[in-house]
Ligand binder design. Sequence first.
Ligand code: DAH
Length: 346
Amino acid sequence: MDLAQLTGDLEDLRSEAMAQAAAAPDSAALEALEIELLGKRGRLTAVLRGIGALPAEDRPRVGAVANTVREGIEAAIRHRGKSLRGGELDARLARERVDVTTPGRPIRRGSLHPSLEAMADIAAIFAQFGFVVVESPEIEDDRTNFQMLNIPPDHPARDLWDTLYVDLPGHLLRTHTSPGQIRVMQSMAPPIRVLLPGRCFRYEAVDASHGFEFFQVEGLMVDEGTTLADLKGLLDQFAHAMFGAGKRTRFRPGYYPFTEPSVAFDVECLVCGGPGCAACGRTGWLTILGAGMVHPVVLQYGGLDPERYQGFAFGMGPERISMLKHGITDLRLFMENDLRFLGQFR
Ligand code: DAH
């Protein structure tokens, strides 16, 4: 091995390497080629192994040639790498192209459940008359749900409220929101004007107009000198705000143990407007709530002196209000969670 031979080998390696680098089909092949040429066990190292056989004075020259060869190969690899990466990026951009003008996937907007929508409407109307919303418990005791509302244990009126009991003795799922009246009177001083919305439960066979679970909104006003005329005027205002100004209303005698006198409050049929149709049972009227003057015994249970204070109360079903307003004919829809139904409200 002499100097000329070794530098010749280096030149051969350089030209072969340059050609190979320029022909590398992709980045992976180029990387493999770089290792093959310049790696620790690569071909350049192999050629330089011959350097040991040269006379000492020739070695620096070979070293200098080797360095330019290495630099030349490195430059060729860098150059090819750049153009490969450019092409590959273009290919990738073309492949993964995103059409930013495609419309997005729509996000389904929520809406108020019709029971809540009705309760919000009811609360907004009564708020104009100074009624504030108060909550009372869903699990009640028998005394508050019945006895303090003037319904003793063996009273036949208990049949109006088929009751679901809980394991805790003397307790039940409230059958109506009326026990809230007792809790309010016991904790607030007159003048009282409250609205008590909430879920109620009854041991009922479910059909188009009965549920075992439904909402009620209770109203209670207590003050000195409150009369049935105040109740009538207030309910008229409510009916007109809810169902339309000018709708005729009427009081009918009713019966509830906790009010005396008791009334049913009707509004003219929203479908036929009076003559009678299937929607109103041919009467021309739709009953929207029960009401009355708070029974003196109930005021006493509430801790108030019936000689000084009088009050009225009313109770309505927001689902019924909603059914009348929107022409819904089956109460079961309210609990089925079918989005096609629920999505139609505010
Ligand atoms: N609590 C009664 C029910 O569930 C509704 C009711 C009627 C409430 C008359 C009242 C009222 O406050 O005065 O059927």
